[in-house]
Design a binder for this molecule. Sequence first.
Ligand SMILES: [Zn+2]
Ligand SMILES: [Zn+2]
Length: 334
Amino acid sequence: MSTLVEIRMSRGKHACLGCSGGFALFGTRAKSVELPGYCRACTDAFRPRLNRFRTELSVLLGRSVAQPEHLRSELLRASHDSGIALPMALHYSQGVSCAYLQQVLTFFVADQKLDQSEEDSFRELKDALQVPGSAIAPLMDQLHWYSTVSKLRRGELPRVQTAAILMPDEIAHLQVPARYYRQLTSSYRLHQGQLLATNRRLLFTQTDGPFEAALSKVVGVHLVNENRIQIDLVRRQGSGTYDVGQAHLVVETLRAILAVANREVVAQAASSRVIPADVKSAVYRRDGGRCVQCGAGDYLEFDHILPFSKGGATSVSNLQLLCRRCNLAKGAKL
Ligand SMILES: [Zn+2]
Ligand SMILES: [Zn+2]
């Protein structure tokens, strides 16, 4: 027979919600890190039941990508079985929930896009699992990133205001402060300015003379690191490295602008690129939910070792988990 432990998840109180004892700075009466509002001694007393819930949660989430409705009722049952109130049990098990949500998100974006329905179910799952704000923040950052990139890859380009003089049918899509490294014979000269991209041109405005190139003169855009991109033009002026903030986003935006200009966007949605669920599970498990190159556990993407465009198969042996950065770095080399 288990009695449900009643809890109020409030912080900053002076007494433990379990034993009503005042908090000490150290020792068993100190505030518990795992259960806000409780002392360590009470947390230890609850631990067997908390661990039981966490094990049940792992099994529950390990079965498959759960339906939010189904998940909610299963969680209530598991909470009842373990004799711990659900908010407390979920708080204690947030590591399991986050690992699961990371996998869900990685599976959703395996086809290189995040649909609105996928975004909605992710939010529902996250709400059902009641992950605290601080723990869910890195996942929400990823959700926002993939949502933004999906829009770009669908050809939905942002519009920005610019002081630059544009042609009548010209639309500005990107403007960021940038530092351009102009290569001289044996050194670099640094130019501080604004990098502007429109539906027709790439412009770099600076005090000592701007330069520009038609989009058709842009050969490639690559990520060098978190704060640096490389733009290759058919000519030397304007080619080279630029320091920009949010370099990932700048690269994705510039590539989307080029794709729209070259009418390449539709080609992205090839259905043969869809990875079967069992293949995703096998690769994710084999790679331990981490980037095989740098070990990162977020912004994970399924990468074709031999590129899909070069005939690489969508198979367990030809797929690996790479983080966004390693994947982009690899893309630059191909
Ligand atoms: Zn206590
Ligand atoms: Zn990596």
